[in-house]
Structures are given as C-alpha cells and as structure tokens.
Design a protein around this ligand. Structure first.
Ligand code: ZN
Ligand code: FE
Ligand code: FE
Ligand code: FE
Length: 161
C-alpha cells in the first residue's frame, strides 16, 4: 500500500514539474526586473534536471514514468497567471505578486520532496531518498533566491508605485 502511495506521489510531482516547466516562460515574459527574469529562466534549467531525476526515480522502482494531474500545481499556476491579468505590465507591483505566487510553487514542492525524502528513508530506499534530497535542496534555494530578489529593491520600488 505504501509502495502504491509512493508511486502515486511520484506521478503527481512528475505532472507538477512538467506543468511548471510550461508555465515558467509565461512568468518570465510577464516579469519586469532583470533579476526576476533571470531567476525564472534559471529555474527552467533546474526544473528540467528535476524531471530527469524523477525519470530516474521511476526507473529505480522498475516502473514506467507516468504523470498524473496535480490539482495543487494546476491551481497555483492558475493563480500566477491570474496575477498577470490583474496587474499592469512593467510594474514592480506585478513583480512582487509574481514572486509571491512562485514562492507558493516552491513551498508546495518543498513539502512534496520533504515528504518523499522521509517516506523513502523509512522504506529503506536510500537511492531514492538521496535523489529527492538533491531536488529538495534546489527548491529551498529557489525559494531563497526569490526572497533575495524581493528584498533587494523590488518590494521598496513597488511601494513607491
Ligand atoms: Zn516544480
Ligand atoms: Fe521543481
Ligand atoms: Fe500534487
Ligand atoms: Fe522549484
């Protein structure tokens, strides 16, 4: 039963990462600050590696890589796209809102990979647990980069608008 739950969780985050990969270019295009555009662009590459790591995880389990719709990621990215419609192009206000939306993505991923690290550790699947720990560290880093981008100017500039 736990094996099945693990596999379902993998399918869910597999879908989520792939969905994010499609959403990131839209967010990059909508962002104004070069630092924020850069942060989004960098996360595209990171996300591609994370998807490759998930392919490896399926392989280690002897299962075919398969995606199953993640309602949470669909909702969070929908919210991010809603922000683009509700804010004005070229404003720092939009950037602040985009950062907050993306940090929600990162926190969802942190919760997921944190859970997967613990679950696979408990199940004695150490190779899997190490794979997920690598991704977990990257998601935490992405979250921190977004905090730094917000604190270095964007929040203050948005307040002036
Ligand atoms: Zn992701
Ligand atoms: Fe990710
Ligand atoms: Fe999910
Ligand atoms: Fe991420």
């Amino acid at each position: 039963m736990l094996e099945k739950f693990l596999l379902d969780s993998l399918k869910d985050i597999y879908w989520a990462e792939k969905h994010l990969l499609k959403a990131l270019p839209k967010l990059t295009k909508a962002a104004t600050s070069p630092e924020l555009k850069q942060a989004f662009t960098n996360h595209v590459e990171v996300t591609q590696e994370q998807i490759a790591r998930l392919d490896q995880a399926f392989e280690l389990l002897g299962k075919k890589a398969q995606a199953k719709k993640c309602d949470a990621m669909e909702g969070i990215t929908k919210e991010a796209e809603g922000i683009i419609e509700e804010t004005e192009k070229g404003t720092k206000t939009r950037d602040v809102a985009l950062i907050m939306a993306c940090q929600k993505v990162e926190h969802y991923e942190i919760a997921t990979y944190g859970g997967l690290v613990q679950l696979t550790k408990t199940m004695g699947k150490n190779e899997l647990s190490e794979l997920f720990a690598q991704t977990l560290a990257e998601e935490k880093e992405a979250d921190q980069i977004l905090t730094d981008v917000a604190e270095n100017n964007i929040n203050i500039q948005a307040q002036a608008e």
